[in-house]
Design a protein around this ligand. Structure first.
Ligand SMILES: Cc1cc2nc3c(=O)[nH]c(=O)nc-3n(C[C@H](O)[C@H](O)[C@H](O)COP(=O)(O)OP(=O)(O)OC[C@H]3O[C@@H](n4cnc5c(N)ncnc54)[C@H](O)[C@@H]3O)c2cc1C
Length: 441
């Protein structure tokens, strides 16, 4: 057996996880079978960019698909690619961008695999225009433990499995390959605009204004600001430039070399960072043009940045609140966080749109999403998170399983009423710690 070397991005919860890597499609049924014989259940694992326990196996035996990393076919005239599930979005960009194609939807890191992007039905800064990743998936192959061969799933073939697997948290089978419709672009540059704002009300007006005219919109919020400054932040929007170079950005990266014993994120360092970041952006509207990479993936420029939270790790809290209740609920959430003195240097707020996902358990809904990180400490779940959960519950919002390590079973089942359909289609040989917690507690 290999060393227990895998964890989730938040490095919490700490439960030993063993890697069993699959490098060849032909080897998958045999490895799957072996893991079930030895452990009863397993779970697919891509690149571990989920924060909590949805990518951790209840049995501790993970079937890693990252090494299934081959491009299988590409139609560059129409921008349709078929690639193995372990191919990362970074690798796809490298192949597609020079040919004038980009990802139709991308999360805030490019180090996620195709399989992981489908299983969490990830979303990005253009959710209000293009919906989730699953909206652009044409078909995929799914290996189930009771089938000799992978099943091909499309909107018209094995439809139930297609819908249950998009946002299905890796529970319906191992995705072997994915066929994706890419988006045409004329340049690798992004025309962007940043606007500093002083209140939550302003965030809502800016969203209203820019969601119409811009493919990408997102805001950074100063989660520690109180009183007159509460709800201040920086709004950032962008469009692909209409012409220019088509160049992959492969700049060198810094790396956090080791994990400090304690978190470097504390109320003092956060306050200093937030004040400095806010102050860096002068009032008014500032246009610029730059590479796609820092625009979409600012955190990817520092490898292993999750180590700054120390050995205890961290949790991300991401919720979405429906439009009708969004402003009041976000106000309440932000003041609870500011009062707690905890929170992250990166608090991201984004308006989600009404493009429906084919997935049964997709996270976004028309409304406003907020995501922030908290250093892990004993009382987090019982104090701040339970307060935030009650605000989300009362506002008919929901939490994002890809980021979660604390959601209670009754909340999950209320947030995702179609979970039972996924449970019916779940491959009994696949079980995550998350699924066990929210459905079998
Ligand atoms: C810095 C950062 C920014 C992020 N920004 C966003 C964002 O903007 N929007 C967003 O939606 N998410 C975001 N995320 C979360 C991330 O996009 C998702 O968690 C993504 O699913 C991780 O993909 P992965 O390949 O690392 O999969 P893992 O984390 O390893 O696994 C994720 C899920 O996919 C399943 N899975 C993996 N491979 C397969 C397979 N071959 N077959 C079946 N199931 C599989 C796993 O069982 C698990 O349930 C961010 C994460 C980070 C670290």
């Amino acid at each position: 057996m290999s060393k227990p070397e895998l964890c989730s991005w938040g490095r919490y919860p700490k439960v030993p996880q063993y890697r069993h890597a699959c490098a060849w499609r032909n080897d998958l049924p045999g490895l799957f079978d072996k893991l079930i014989q030895q452990n009863l259940t397993t779970l697919p694992y891509g690149n571990g960019r989920s924060y909590g326990d949805s990518c951790l196996a209840a049995s501790s035996a993970l079937l890693q698909t990252r090494q299934l990393d081959r491009l299988m076919s590409a139609d560059w005239e129409h921008g349709i690619i078929r690639a193995e599930a372990g191919v990362t979005l970074a690798e796809l960009i490298t192949i597609a961008l020079p040919r004038g194609w980009f990802l139709p939807v991308t999360p805030g890191t490019k180090f996620v695999t195709l399989g992981g992007a489908v299983a969490n039905d990830v979303h990005g800064k253009n959710h209000h225009v293009r919906g989730t990743f699953g909206c652009h998936v044409r078909r995929f192959a799914l290996q189930r433990s009771d089938e000799q061969m992978p099943l091909e799933c499309t909107p018209n073939q094995n439809t139930d499995l297609f819908r249950a697997s998009i946002g299905g948290l890796g529970l319906t089978g191992v995705i072997v390959w994915v066929e994706l419709q890419l988006m045409p672009v004329h340049s690798s540059l992004i025309d962007s605009l940043t606007v500093r704002f002083d209140s939550l009300g302003e965030f809502f007006s800016l969203s209203e204004e820019f969601d119409q005219s811009h493919e990408y919109t997102v805001a950074w919020i100063d989660c520690l600001a109180k009183g007159k400054s509460a709800g201040r932040g920086v709004f950032s929007v962008g469009n692909h430039a209409p012409s220019g170079q088509l160049q992959v950005d492969d700049r060198r990266r810094l790396s956090v070399p080791l994990t400090p014993p304690i978190s470097l994120m504390n109320s003092l360092s956060l306050k200093l960072f937030n004040n400095a970041y806010y102050g860096l952006h002068k009032p008014g509207r500032h246009a610029s043009q730059g590479s796609y990479d820092p625009f979409f993936y600012p955190l990817d420029s520092i490898l292993n940045w999750n180590r700054i939270y120390g050995r205890q790790g961290f949790q991300q809290y991401q919720c979405v609140i429906p439009d009708a209740a969004a402003e009041d609920a976000m106000q309440e959430i932000l003041s609870s966080i500011a009062a707690s003195g905890s929170g992250s240097f990166l608090a991201v707020m984004k308006r989600c749109g009404d493009v429906r996902s084919p997935g049964l358990m997709s996270f976004p809904m028309p409304g406003v999403s907020l995501a922030l990180d908290f250093p892990q400490q004993g009382q987090l779940d019982n104090s701040l998170f339970s307060r935030l959960d009650s605000i989300v519950r009362a506002a008919n919002g929901r939490l994002y399983p890809a980021k979660d390590a604390h959601m209670g079973a009754s909340d999950f089942q209320a947030f995702y009423p179609d979970w039972q359909q996924v449970e019916q289609l779940r491959d009994p040989a696949l079980l995550s710690l998350f699924w066990k917690r929210v459905t079998q507690a």
